[in-house]
Design a binder for this molecule. Sequence first.
Ligand code: CTP
Ligand code: CA
Length: 225
Amino acid sequence: LARGVTEPDLRGRHVVVSAGGTREPLDPVRFLGNRSSGKQGYALARTAAARGARVTLIAANTALPDPAGVDIVRVGTAVELREAVLGAAADADAVVMAAAVADFRPAVYATGKIKKKDGQEPEPVTLVRNPDVLAEISGDRARAGQVIVGFAAETDDVLANGRAKLKRKGCDLLVVNEVGERRTFGSEENEAVVLGADGSETPVAHGPKEALAETVWDLVAERLG
Ligand code: CTP
Ligand code: CA
């Protein structure tokens, strides 16, 4: 098929995509969060649906229009995202973790709003580790042959960091972005290298998030056979 023509190569497949960024509450009005917009995850969901897949989109705190023809599950925290991903992954052919999952959450949640006290410095915030969803689903696959994809934003030696992370997580593919000023977060475009557990390296030139999404699904489809 010519470029730009969508081949329904994911027909009959169920794919799960997580998108956005988790928020970890400190009290009823405040949270620890990150700058993920969810645009890359939504592009993955849209393109998979266009290629014929049944899509479950696990959306963490996104402010984007619902993509047509996709089942959306909304979550807030990393713990909620884990529950939703584990549930949806049970019968999935592929899982793509595009969400920015907070590594830590406040150890305690104040049920009432935290108030300033006259003449007193604030209490330090103690953090605890969140579950690593990607490592968990990769280490204990819900289905034989399930293809699992992670995303990583890196600085410094981007490829070496990406290779080490791919191994640590145990996923099949890792999409590695270099982060810097004006890159990646909230932007309409992306540029990446997709590393495969089989040693493959697929560069994706700077371009729309849809183009990166299509490449991810090409690599997933190859591995699904
Ligand atoms: N991820 C996850 N659960 C977490 C943290 C990350 O599932 N608690 C997933 C992300 O969705 C992403 C991948 O793991 O697909 C890589 O995230 P990243 O933050 O780069 O990995 P970390 O292991 O948290 O490494 P770092 O210390 O560099 O943040
Ligand atoms: Ca992290």
